[in-house]
Write a protein that binds this ligand. Structure first.
Ligand code: TYM
Length: 327
């Protein structure tokens, strides 16, 4: 069975970009692949975190993973900080990664832009991510489009390591869907929907109330035209909303265009509100049940046991091949 690994940071709320680009797709993979889905809490401290919020967000994300349909009997769900091998392999890989490679990372450039100081953790973020993936002999990594460059550096580092120290790691392939891998911000469709955007109407979070969803969609930037037509270049706002409509509502882009021909944006947006609310409703209901059931801690403990078992094998192999004394 092929192995899958992916992770989501427990920083603030999870939005529909994360859902469509990644988490929803995790659910589709769980029946046919051996999946490890991680809450990458160590990655989130690369930018300042309020300890209380980090704690809450980590458990909430675990509950959300289950609420969207990940079955802990089929997949391994765990917290990155519960598996020390991640930090240890990250160090071994850091000593085999070049500053020139990290200097090219666009996400680092974006996240550090305009900041007086940035942590070295933010700089070496992609190496910890490579460690996450390589520790599980991962074949496929389902992610959104913004992680493409991080996957490339992961592959480069793994290939280099194997060449230098002998076959150690499986070289992973990204799984980036052709459609929906980059959901754009509702207030500016030239930027991706992002957790760190302070405008709450730039995104729809999975736990948003129906009235917040309605406000955000009705306020979403479109254009001065009134035709519901998929044209990313000339109509990025409408095209982004159509993408969300298609993925959550199941209607093809062509059918959406036909349905709203001559009706304008109002009717289209109104229906989109309903589609989003209806798709999030069961997730929110299940989320509340799971969070109050005491199940989350049990699942994470069991997940950590399995993750430690698998990752320690790869870590040991890497250490032996590098020349460390392992008894
Ligand atoms: P994070 O937490 O920023 O995002 C989680 C997942 O959501 C995807 N995503 C999007 N997809 C479509 N449209 C968007 N607007 C959008 N915004 C985010 C991301 O691509 C991601 O798949 N570095 C990762 C976490 C990570 C990881 C890993 C992923 C750490 N280690 C190992 C895979 C494998 C991140 O920042 O995710």
């Amino acid at each position: 069975m092929k192995r899958v690994f992916s992770g989501v940071q427990p920083t603030s709320q999870i939005h529909i970009g994360n859902y469509i680009g990644a988490i929803k797709r995790f659910v589709d993979l769980q029946d046919d692949m051996d999946c490890f889905f991680c809450i990458v809490d160590l990655h989130s401290i690369t930018v300042p975190q309020d300890p209380k919020k980090l704690y809450e967000n980590s458990l909430q994300l675990a509950a959300l993973y289950m609420a969207v349909g990940l079955d802990p009997n089929k997949v391994t769900l765990f917290l990155q900080s519960h598996v020390p091998a991640h930090s240890e392999l990250a160090w071994l890989l850091q000593c085999n990664t070049y500053m020139g490679e990290l200097n090219r990372m666009t996400q680092f450039k974006e996240k550090s832009k305009g900041k007086d100081t940035v942590t070295t953790g933010l700089y070496t973020y992609p190496v910890l991510m490579a460690a996450d993936i390589l520790l599980y002999g991962t074949d496929y990594v389902p992610v959104g489009n913004d992680q493409k460059q991080h996957l490339e550096i992961c592959r480069d580092v793994a290939l280099r390591f194997n060449k230098k120290f002998g076959e150690t790691f499986v070289i992973p392939d990204p799984l980036i869907s052709k459609f929906g891998a980059r959901i754009m911000a509702l207030d500016d469709p030239t930027k991706k929907m992002s957790k760190s955007n302070e405008n709450k109407h730039s995104k729809i979070n999975l736990l948003d109330t129906p009235s917040k969803i309605k406000k955000s969609i009705m306020k979403a930037i479109t254009d001065s035209d009134s035709e519901v037509r998929y044209d990313v270049e000339n109509k990025p706002g409408v095209s982004n909303l159509m993408t969300i409509y298609n993925i959550l509502g199941g209607l093809s882009l062509e059918d959406i265009e036909n349905k709203y021909a001559g009706l304008g944006y109002g009717a289209f947006k109104k229906d989109l509100v309903e589609i989003v609310v209806l798709s999030l409703e069961p997730i929110q209901k299940k989320y509340e049940e799971i969070l109050n059931s005491g199940e989350v801690e049990k699942v994470l403990k069991k997940g950590a046991e399995k993750a430690n078992e698998v990752s320690n094998e790869f870590l040991e192999k890497a250490k032996i091949n590098m020349g460390f004394v392992v008894f």
